[in-house]
Design a protein around this ligand. Structure first.
Ligand SMILES: C[S@@+](CC[C@H](N)C(=O)[O-])C[C@H]1O[C@@H](n2cnc3c(N)ncnc32)[C@H](O)[C@@H]1O
Length: 239
């Protein structure tokens, strides 16, 4: 896949999966346990990074990580990076409303745009890597995060995972689709969301491959802390 195609899949400014002002509602509809996920990610990060830490948020989006973590850990400060100016604008507003701006720096760009000298005590990459194909792009993202972490620092990675050639994958997709429909969503919109966005746009790899990529990027001791249909969350440590 060319770099342009990679950019098209993950570009939230020119090719958003949903309109930016609908992202917060849409992600809560389609991602089971979206809010508990962030509470659990925070706890997993804090158990290793501690009460005072500099945290790198890769794919800061509309600010869910920074707003949730910032309110729970008053000793943390954050650098949030995201190539989408539109998503970051929403994030910036929410961060200000919650009175967290003094502890937050937002960077419109990629992790590689940060100075090499910036080393963090922990990082998150939540619902980002599955937009990238496994042609070196996923690995490059993890490597760029790894370069910006101190030894022993945790990474929280959350992605859709699975083997699309397996029966279990499609059984899980079916259950997930039923879950969203039975929450009261318009069945036609749900089917369009699955066929037009989730199944076309995301690059699924099995959990074993995620562990290999983490290892190749310099992370060890991965453990899974979250599962919701195909969404999984892991914590691993920079070696
Ligand atoms: C589905 S949103 C997730 C936002 C937030 N992490 C959340 O969980 O709600 C994905 C975000 O990743 C950003 N993104 C895409 N490719 C990226 C990359 N290579 N590095 C950092 N962020 C990226 C997009 O612009 C978008 O804001």
């Amino acid at each position: 896949m060319t770099d342009e195609k990679v950019l098209a899949a993950s570009n939230f400014d020119h090719n958003p999966p949903v309109a930016h002002n609908q992202y917060d509602d849409s992600i809560r509809l389609f991602t089971a346990a979206y809010e508990p996920l962030f509470d659990m990610a925070h706890a997993s990060l804090r158990s290793i990074a501690g009460e005072t830490a500099g945290i790198l948020i890769v794919g800061a989006g509309t600010g869910m990580e920074i707003c949730t973590f910032g309110q729970k850990s008053s000793g943390w400060h954050f650098t949030g990076v995201d190539p989408s100016a539109e998503m970051l604008a929403i994030s910036g507003k929410k961060i200000a409303e919650k009175g967290l701006s003094e502890r937050v720096e937002l960077v419109n760009g990629y992790c590689d745009d940060l100075p090499e000298s910036c080393l963090y005590d922990g990082a998150t990459c939540i619902l980002v890597m599955h937009f990238l194909p496994d042609d070196g792009s996923k690995l490059r993202l993890l490597q760029s995060i790894s370069r910006h972490l101190k030894r022993g620092a945790p990474l929280i990675l959350v992605d859709d995972t699975g083997e699309p050639k397996s029966e279990e994958f499609w059984r899980t997709v079916d259950a997930w689709r039923t879950y969203v429909k039975t929450k009261g969503a318009d069945p036609k919109l749900v089917d369009e969301g699955f066929s037009g966005q989730i199944l076309k746009r995301l690059h699924f790899v099995p959990e074993g491959r995620i562990y290999e990529l983490l290892d190749q990027a310099g992370f060890e001791k991965p453990s899974r802390f979250f599962t919701a249909f195909l969404y999984c969350g892991w914590v691993a440590v920079k070696n």
